[in-house]
Design a protein around this ligand. Structure first.
Ligand SMILES: Cc1cc2nc3c(=O)[nH]c(=O)nc-3n(C[C@H](O)[C@H](O)[C@H](O)COP(=O)(O)OP(=O)(O)OC[C@H]3O[C@@H](n4cnc5c(N)ncnc54)[C@H](O)[C@@H]3O)c2cc1C
Ligand code: SF4
Length: 564
C-alpha cells in the first residue's frame, strides 16, 4: 500500500493517548524525547466538549442513554460497546463485551477513577496458591512509580496499613454520605473491612489544578481538571515541552520493521482523508489498550515476523482476563421520606470495601472488593432503576410523583469486582475473514469462566444480600441460580481487560520482559494493560499508569546510555 511518510524521524512514536499512552507521552517528552502521539479518536477538550454543568432538563432526553452514549447522554466518552465500521467477532458460545473509546485521552475521560495499587501478594499469586503465574517483578519494584504517580496526578484516600492494600500519598478523603454511613455500619457488623475510597480526584490544590468542588459529575469530564484524565493532566504538560506532536484521527494499522528486525515506525490511516500515512521513529511504544495492542501486534506481520510482531512465543492475545463482576441492589425503608439534605460529593463512592477473607477457607481461590452506589444524585431519565420495582411504586400523576419523592435516595447497590485467573479458553486472535472499514483484520474473542469465578461471584451475591438485609432493606431481584452463572457479568463488561502480551522472564512463554520491552524487538515497548500477568482484586489503571511511567523512565535511561 502506498503511504505518505513524514520526512523526520521521531525519537519515539506512542500509539494511543489513554492512561498508558498519555503517561508515556508525558514522561518521555519531559525526559527530552521528541514524541509523535498517534490517537485513533478525535480531539476532545473537557472544558469545551464536556457536559459537567448541564442539567438533565436542559435536554429533551433528560440525560437518557443513546446508542452512541450507552452510559447516559452526558457521559464523556466517544465510543462504546459498538463502534460503527469497527466490528469484533466472537467464537460460538462466547459472550464478550468490549468497550472502546475513540477520543483524545481514551477511556480516562469517563472512567470511575477508583485508583488502587496492586498489593505485594498480587505480584506472586502462583507462589502463594499454585494458580496462574507470578510476575517477574514485585511490589517493591513498582512502588517508587506508584509514589510518583500519586504525586503527579493526585489521589485521595487514607493510610490504613492493610497487608495487601498499600498506602499511597493521599489527599484527605471526602466524608461518607448518609447511605454510605449506613452501609458501613451494616458491613462492619458482618465482619467486612470498610475504609475511605481511593480515587484520583484532588481535594486540595495540586500542581496548579483546583480542588474538587463536589458536583458529582466526574464521568462527564471535569472542566476544572480536579479529577484525573489523560486529557486534563498528562497531555497538556507534554504539549508544553514543545516536543509532542499530537496526531488525532490516526488509526495505527501496523508497526513497521526494518531489515535489522527493529521497529522503525508505524503506518496509520488518516481518518480525515482516508489516506495511508507513516511515522518514522527510533522507538515504538504501543498503548492502544490491551486488546487493541494484541490486535496491532498480530496484524504487524512481515517476513521476519510471520506470526505477528513480538510473537515468537505464540502468546500474543493469550492470558486475557477481565475483572469478575456482579451487582445487587435494593431499597432501605428507613431511608425513605428523608428530608432534603446535602449529599454533594465526588462522582464516585466515598467508601471502599477491600477483600477481607482468607481464600484458603473458601471454595474459590481469589478475592474481590466491593463498590457501593446509591443516594441522592441528580435525577435523570431512568433514575432509581424503575419505580415499579418499589412496593406500590408506579402509576400516573400525583401518586407517581409522590412515590418518586418517597423513595428518592432510599436505594442502594453493591458491585463485586474480583480477580479472574488466566485460563486457556480466554483469548483473542485475528478473525480470518472479517476486516473493519479501514481493511484492518478484526479481533475474534474466546471466553469461558471457570468454577473459580462462578463460586466467587456466588459469594458476592450472598454477601451483598446479607448487607442489605442487615440494613433492614429489601433486595430487588432474586438470587441468580447456578444455571444463570450466579449473575456473573459477561467477559469484558467490567472493562478491565488485561493481558494479551504478558511480561515474563522466559521469552518462550511471554511477550515482554520486566521493563515491558518486547523480547523479540528491543526498541518496541508496551505501556497499557497488555503486559499484566494477572488481575488482582483491584481495578487496574493505577498500575497501568505506574508501569507506563516505569517503562518510559527505562526508555529514557537506555536512550541516554546509547542502548536504544
Ligand atoms: C466506564 C468505565 C469506568 C472505569 N472505571 C475504572 C476505575 O474506576 N478504575 C480503574 O482502574 N479502571 C477503570 N476503568 C478502566 C480504565 O478506563 C482503563 O483501564 C484504562 O483507561 C486503560 O488505559 P489504556 O491506556 O490501556 O486504554 P484507553 O484508555 O482505552 O486508551 C487507549 C487509546 O488508544 C486508542 N487506540 C486504540 N487503537 C488504536 C490504534 N490502532 N491506533 C491509534 N490509537 C488507537 C484509543 O482510541 C484510545 O484513545 C473504567 C473504564 C470505563 C469505560
Ligand atoms: S465531582 Fe469534583 S472532580 Fe468530579 S467533575 Fe465535579 S468538580 Fe470535577
Amino acid at each position: 500500500m502506498q503511504s505518505q511518510s513524514r520526512s523526520d524521524t521521531y525519537d519515539v512514536c506512542v500509539i494511543g493517548s489513554g492512561a498508558g499512552g498519555g503517561m508515556a507521552a508525558y514522561t518521555l517528552t519531559k525526559a527530552g524525547a521528541r514524541v509523535a502521539l498517534l490517537e485513533a479518536g478525535q480531539m476532545w477538550d473537557p472544558v469545551k466538549d464536556g457536559a459537567m454543568l448541564k442539567w438533565p432538563y436542559d435536554s429533551p432526553r433528560r440525560g437518557a442513554s443513546t446508542r452512541e452514549r450507552p452510559f447516559g447522554e452526558f457521559d464523556g466518552c466517544i465510543g462504546g460497546w459498538q463502534i460503527d465500521g469497527e466490528p469484533y467477532t466472537m467464537a460460538p458460545g462466547t459472550k464478550f463485551d468490549w468497550w472502546r473509546a475513540r477520543m483524545l485521552g481514551g477511556r480516562t475521560n469517563h472512567w470511575g477513577r477508583i485508583s488502587l495499587r496492586f498489593g505485594p501478594y498480587d505480584f506472586n499469586r502462583k507462589s502463594r496458591d499454585g494458580l496462574g503465574d507470578d510476575w517477574p517483578i514485585t511490589y517493591d519494584d513498582v512502588k517508587p512509580w506508584y509514589d510518583e504517580t500519586d504525586k503527579l496526578i493526585g489521589i485521595f484516600g487514607s493510610a490504613e496499613n492493610l497487608p495487601n492494600e498499600p498506602n499511597g500519598i493521599f489527599h484527605p478523603p471526602p466524608t461518607p454520605r448518609c447511605y454510605e454511613l449506613l452501609a458501613t455500619k451494616a458491613a462492619r457488623k458482618l465482619g467486612l473491612t470498610v475504609i475511605p475510597s481511593r480515587l484520583s480526584i484532588i481535594t486540595k490544590p495540586h500542581n496548579g489544578r483546583a480542588p474538587c468542588h463536589y458536583c458529582g459529575q466526574c464521568n462527564r469530564g471535569c472542566m476544572t481538571a480536579s479529577n484525573f484524565s489523560s486529557t486534563n493532566v498528562l497531555i497538556p504538560p507534554a504539549q508544553k515541552t514543545g516536543r509532542l506532536t499530537l496526531i488525532t484521527d490516526a488509526m495505527a494499522r501496523e508497526v513497521t520493521v526494518g531489515k535489522d528486525g527493529l521497529a522503525n515506525g508505524v503506518s496509520y490511516i488518516d481518518k480525515k482523508t482516508g489516506t495511508d500515512k507513516r511515522i518514522l521513529a527510533r522507538i515504538v511504544v504501543v498503548a492502544a489498550s490491551a486488546c487493541e495492542t494484541a490486535r496491532l501486534l498480530l496484524n504487524s506481520k512481515s517476513s521476519q515476523f510471520p506470526n505477528g510482531l513480538a510473537n515468537s512465543s505464540g502468546t500474543v492475545g493469550k492470558y486475557l482476563t477481565d475483572t469478575t463482576g456482579t451487582d445487587v441492589s435494593g431499597y432501605i425503608p428507613k431511608m425513605m421520606d428523608m428530608p432534603p439534605h446535602n449529599e454533594d460529593g465526588v462522582g464516585g463512592m466515598h467508601i471502599y470495601m477491600p477483600w477481607w477473607l482468607d481464600n484458603a477457607k473458601l471454595d474459590f481461590p481469589r478475592g474481590y472488593h466491593i463498590e457501593t452506589y446509591g443516594g441522592r444524585g441528580v435525577p435523570s431519565a431512568g433514575f432509581m432503576g424503575g419505580i415499579q420495582n418499589y412496593p406500590g411504586g408506579g402509576g400516573y400523576g400525583a401518586s407517581l410523583k409522590g412515590d418518586y419523592r418517597r423513595y428518592y435516595g432510599a436505594s442502594i447497590g453493591f458491585s463485586g469486582r474480583g480477580e479472574q485467573i488466566p485460563n486457556d479458553d480466554c483469548y483473542c486472535e485475528i478473525d480470518p475473514t472479517v476486516v473493519d472499514q479501514y481493511g484492518i483484520p478484526v479481533l475474534r474473542f474466546h471466553w469461558k469462566w471457570t468454577d473459580h469465578e462462578y463460586n466467587q461471584v456466588k459469594h458476592m451475591q450472598e454477601t451483598f444480600r446479607a448487607i442489605i438485609a442487615e440494613m433492614g432493606g429489601q433486595v430487588f431481584s432474586p438470587m441468580p441460580t447456578k444455571e444463570e452463572g450466579y449473575g456473573i457479568a459477561n467477559g469484558g463488561s467490567i472493562i478491565h481487560e488485561l493481558g494479551g502480551a504478558r511480561m515474563g522472564k522466559d521469552a518462550s512463554t511471554s511477550v515482554v520482559n520486566a521493563n515491558c520491552q518486547a523480547h523479540d524487538v528491543k526498541n518496541l515497548f508496551i505501556a497499557d494493560g497488555a503486559p499484566f500477568v494477572s488481575q488482582a482484586d483491584k481495578n487496574p489503571t493505577w498500575t497501568i499508569l505506574a508501569l507506563s511511567m516505569r517503562t518510559s523512565d527505562f526508555i529514557a535511561q537506555q536512550r541516554k546510555a546509547g542502548a536504544l
